[in-house]
Write a protein that binds this ligand. Structure first.
Ligand code: NAD
Length: 257
């Protein structure tokens, strides 16, 4: 699959799944735009390393996905967007009656609202180019729920719904919109949940991984960022041209239970 000549913007891609997806898209030939809300030398160095490894053009653009204007500015600043990967996301774990309001607002803003703003800004560019792929990184929590994750589950169900609507609005055009629903992937986002979950359930780190996280994942293995990147590349391929408005689970069988 060659994505040479296409430009991919991956939100929240200086770490974890976003970085893995950006790397796989670059390996497939796409020029990539990395993003997060920081502007450190190491952020730009990540883009330089991808360019060096793959020979594509790779840039890093700072934009805070919790702010609508920043989301739209990211797309404008990139100048072109053939492939949009809405990946930026955060998590907070707490019972709903103790869920901090500012955490609820931040999760809805970053995990859901940002995709509305970037999609709205990117679609005219895709229409002008006559081709486009929108891939939203949802979650198994876009299809099912877990306790203590009210905001995350709400945002991820929301993005699955928005994906379907965007697919219907673009159905007659060479543009597709789909969501990838990963199970657990051992990224910094998941690492950060382990201490709270240990406290919540009174368990050791090993028991949280085995009995809470991978308990839901029948394969008993974490999915990898490379597997998610490969799935995104597939959704950008010609073979996936009629796949739109749907979800692809990469969850070791979680949602088959
Ligand atoms: P991560 O913490 O490694 O990466 C999150 C990325 O989002 C980082 O690059 C971070 O800098 C960026 N980000 C956070 N706030 C931002 C903001 N305000 N503006 C711009 N960027 C921001 O986590 P991850 O596990 O790689 O998560 C990536 C996506 O995958 C998220 O949407 C997450 O919900 C989803 N996901 C993760 C898992 C998992 O098990 N790791 C499972 C299902 C879905």
């Amino acid at each position: 699959m060659s994505l040479t000549g296409k430009t991919a913007i991956v939100t929240g891609s200086n770490s974890g799944i976003g970085l893995g997806v950006a790397r796989e898209l670059a390996r497939a030939g796409a020029d990539v735009v990395l993003n997060s809300f920081t502007d450190r030398d190491e952020d730009h160095a990540l883009a330089a390393r991808i360019a060096e490894e793959t020979g594509v053009t790779a840039r890093y653009i700072k934009a805070d996905m919790s702010k609508g204007a920043d989301c739209r500015a990211l797309i404008e600043q990139a100048g072109t967007c053939d492939i949009l990967i809405n990946n930026a996301g955060i998590q907070h774990v707490a019972p709903i009656d103790q869920f901090p309001v500012e955490k609820w607002d931040a999760i809805i803003a970053i995990n859901l609202n940002s995709a509305f703003h970037t999609t709205a800004a990117a679609l005219p560019m895709m229409r002008k180019a006559g081709w486009g792929r929108i891939v939203n990184i949802a979650s198994a929590h876009g299809l099912t729920a877990s306790p203590y994750k009210a905001a995350y589950v709400a945002a991820k169900h929301g993005i699955v719904g928005m994906t379907k609507t965007v697919a219907l609005e673009t159905a007659r055009e060479p543009i597709t919109a789909n969501a990838i629903c990963p199970g657990y992937v051992l990224t910094p986002l998941v690492e950060a949940q382990i201490p709270d979950t240990m406290k919540e359930y009174g368990m050791s780190r090993e028991d949280v991984i085995k009995n809470v996280m991978l308990e839901r994942q029948p394969s008993k293995e974490f999915a990898t960022v490379e597997q998610l990147g490969g799935t995104a590349v597939f959704l950008c391929s010609d073979a996936a041209a009629q796949i739109t408005g749907t979800t692809i689970s990469v969850d070791g069988g979680w949602t088959a239970l």
